[in-house]
Design a protein around this ligand. Structure first.
Ligand code: SF4
Ligand code: SF4
Length: 346
């Protein structure tokens, strides 16, 4: 049976968890919001939080990080590699779409090459999800396999019952933590019934629907349709915001920052929206803006499904809300021309 906690007791719950974990909660950071270390008192986020602007991917895959330092002497180069991060973290109130995006990033960072920086943080972080009861009008998670109450990518799931949260352990680690956390009381049958109602109501609040049927085939067949992609990309100003704030985007650049004999290898977020991205000594294969916009759309809705069997878009709609020129990925997906009928279909 799930447990329950009154919202007025959340501070106590976070304090208890803070004894064991570095607890991150939705936080204001100037004009933006992101998951950041809890200050030990402020639970005001319970009033304003819908989702954070900067997705929690930055906790596992920071916008900039030093991979190692190096020094050169007569014998050659000497490397100083940082030890894997072992500190235990807990992200409180991650939204189901962002938790699902983390599962997608796992495919990337542990497939062909295991990324020790990302994976050590991932292994040591507990995800406590919070179902959405006040999604944005732009959200479209239910069209890309998600759900505002989806618990499948978190360790512990919270459902908002109004004055209280239902607290459900999902993974073994989550169940174990819920089982030994003081201050949680048994949820009643009426709490479970209320949670089921909240789930249904939340689904109905996702107003934006997107037809993704056959999208891989459609994108494949219009890949060379320059006129279509030029039209679609016309108003994009290539600022990169849509990719940097996307919870599933994961492109990075690596640079050596050095003085004469020492330096550091630094990894930084990059974006396929930028004209210098993929620039090579011989040529830049995506010099035209339409090719870069095509890459962004096809990577999420065609190439990632081909490689990993899942659309790399979780419908969080950050790219819709924060684009300075109102470019909207849902309109693009809806406008992709139908694939020509195959001989068997004719
Ligand atoms: S946020 Fe908008 S303008 Fe900026 S790169 Fe993305 S689509 Fe283009
Ligand atoms: S493409 Fe847009 S809607 Fe999809 S996951 Fe990225 S930011 Fe969210």
């Amino acid at each position: 049976m799930a447990k329950k906690i009154d919202k007025k007791d959340i501070s106590g719950l976070l304090s208890r968890w803070q004894q064991e974990f570095a607890v991150l909660v939705p936080s204001k950071d100037g004009n933006t919001t992101r998951m950041a270390l809890w200050d030990g008192k402020d639970t005001g986020f319970l009033e304003w939080y819908r989702n954070v602007t900067v997705p929690p991917k930055e906790i596992f895959f920071p916008s900039q990080e030093e991979m190692f330092r190096f020094q050169k002497d007569k014998e050659g180069y000497h490397l100083e590699v940082p030890p894997p991060e072992e500190s235990k973290r807990l992200i409180f109130a991650i939204r189901p779409c962002d938790a699902s995006a983390m599962t997608m990033l796992d495919y990337v960072f542990e497939s062909d090459y295991e990324d020790p920086y990302y994976l050590s943080r991932r292994k040591n972080t507990m995800l406590v999800g919070l179902g959405c009861t006040n999604p944005y009008s732009s959200c479209f998670c239910t069209s890309v396999g998600g759900d505002p109450s989806d618990a499948s990518n978190v360790d512990i799931m919270l459902m908002d019952l109004g004055d209280a949260f239902l607290v459900d352990g999902v993974t073994d680690a989550g169940k174990e933590l819920v089982g030994r956390t003081e201050g949680l009381v048994e949820g009643s049958k009426s709490d479970l019934a209320r949670a089921a109602e909240v789930k249904k109501e939340s689904q109905k609040k996702i107003m934006r629907k997107l037809d993704t049927k056959d999208i891989e085939q459609k994108l494949l067949s219009c890949f060379e349709d320059k006129d279509y992609w030029e039209k679609v990309s016309a108003k994009c100003v290539a600022c990169g915001i849509c990719t940097l704030l996307c919870p599933t985007c994961h492109c990075f650049d690596i640079n050596d920052e050095m003085t004469k004999k020492q330096g550091a290898r630094v990894r930084s977020w990059d974006s396929c929206a930028f004209s210098c991205y993929t620039k090579m000594p011989m040529e830049n294969p995506r010099e035209d803006k339409w090719r870069r916009v095509r890459q962004k759309v096809c990577h999420k809705y065609e190439f990632f499904p081909m490689n990993f069997g899942v659309i790399a878009c979780v419908g969080c709609a950050r790219c819709v809300r924060f684009c300075p020129v109102n470019w909207d990925i849902t309109r693009t997906i809806e406008s992709v021309p139908a694939a020509p009928a195959t001989a068997a279909e004719k």
